[in-house]
Design a protein around this ligand. Structure first.
Ligand code: HEM
Length: 369
């Protein structure tokens, strides 16, 4: 007999549930943007590095160099905002998130080790790029592989935590902490969706860099807008199928609850698809040379809003799945407004600092090889 999910924690929530949820959505969105640039940007950077090895593609060499310079900042932003999201995730879903992390404990803990490895590789590339030769390409691919692996490990935990009963049976069968959730039919499409989304966001970022450098380096700027638009458009087109595959792979009861009754989740999902596709479309317009600044700005606004909609859809799937499994959110709250206010101030400070650092890096003339 499988024991039921324990009832809400014996401690009150430190803030109203709606506020914790809103902060989880906000901090996860803030995690998602740099994380996408690490995951997709490391792949685009490694491809550009390979293609520019013969010395005949100077724009690709510039792009590979820009990626290398930005990577340490992007990894630290990913980790910082990831920790913030983790705070709220564990408060709201700790009763399923921690048991699921225990079942795959060694994989979960390995994230720290491989992340440090990627960090060293990123710093080595950023400061010794000119002296590394062919080893630099190896390091660029190592960072991409580590980012992909971490995303996969997170995906395993985020999918396993939705099946509390399975967590129990798995733990009873093998409590060594070496299991993954690879047999879950949603895992592969979910991971594919994340990686393709990261490539699209990184393509968008390349186009943004192009627009920002249009006065300093017009030839690179026009190439970057086209290159970024190509990857963003391609990844987004394929991602429509990955997203539909993910939706179709969800358990039947989840799909029925998602589709039936309240129309809001469907509207949000359709808005997400429409906005992300329009974002990629705006970039394709920019690549054709018509009003590139306006078109890239429209691409940024629509794609990011679309991603926010997708994030809400992912949250609905989580809540529907957990509700079906018998998970009840905690309702006992005893707000601690002082720490929450300090968190708010520091969060704003962190966002401003990261935006300033990335902007300074992109504009810096020293980032040209
Ligand atoms: C390069 C490093 C990282 C990459 C590539 C990465 C990637 C991802 C991906 C793909 C997801 C979504 C998984 C899914 O739903 O299927 C995710 C979620 C998450 N990540 Fe990261 N991550 C990284 C580092 C971190 C770190 C260091 C932390 C915190 C210590 C963190 C905290 C989180 C949290 C809390 C979520 C789930 C948020 C939610 O479900 O609402 N991540 N990450």
């Amino acid at each position: 007999m499988i024991p039921p999910i324990p009832q809400p924690d014996p401690m009150p929530l430190p803030a109203p549930g709606w506020l914790l949820w809103a902060l989880l959505m906000l901090t996860f969105l803030l995690h998602l943007v740099p994380m996408n640039l690490v995951l997709g940007g490391s792949i685009l950077g490694a491809i550009a590095r390979v293609r520019s090895r013969d010395g005949e593609r100077p724009h690709e060499a510039t792009l590979a160099h820009l990626v290398v310079k930005a990577m340490p900042v992007l990894i630290s932003a990913t980790v910082t905002f990831g920790v913030a999201a983790l705070l709220f995730l564990q408060v709201l879903y700790g009763r399923v998130f921690f048991p699921s992390a225990i079942v795959m404990g060694w994989w979960w803990l390995s994230v720290i080790g491989v992340l440090i490895l990627a960090y060293y590789a990123a710093y080595l590339l950023a400061y010794r790029e000119d002296r590394l030769g062919g080893a630099g390409t190896g390091l660029a691919w190592l960072i991409a592989a580590v980012a992909g692996l971490i995303a996969l490990i997170y995906g395993n935990n985020m999918t396993l935590m939705l099946k509390p009963q399975e967590i129990v049976t798995r733990y009873l069968a093998d409590g060594r902490g070496v299991q993954l959730n690879l047999s879950d039919p949603t895992l592969v499409p979910r991971h594919l969706h994340m990686v393709l989304g990261a490539l699209a966001v990184s393509g968008l970022a390349v186009a943004v860099v192009g627009v920002l450098r249009r006065k300093a380096d017009p030839a690179f700027a026009s190439w970057a807008v086209k290159y970024g638009a190509f990857y963003c458009g391609l990844a987004t087109s394929v991602n429509i199928f990955a997203g539909l595959w993910w939706l179709a792979a969800l358990p039947r009861e989840v799909i029925l609850q998602f589709m039936g009754g309240n129309p809001t989740p469907i509207i949000v999902l359709l808005a997400g698809i429409l906005l992300t596709v329009s974002g990629a479309g705006a970039l394709v317009m920019a690549a054709s040379g018509r009003q590139p600044v306006l078109a890239v700005s429209a691409g940024v606004a629509t794609l990011l809003t679309g991603i926010a909609m997708m994030l809400l859809t992912r949250d609905t799937v989580r809540n529907v799945s957990l509700a079906i499994a018998g998970f009840q959110p905690a309702t006992w709250t005893a707000p601690q407004w002082g720490p929450i206010a300090i968190f708010g101030v520091l969060l704003v400070g962190a966002v401003v600092t990261v935006v300033w650092m990335v902007g300074a890096l992109v504009r810096s003339p020293k980032t040209s090889p």
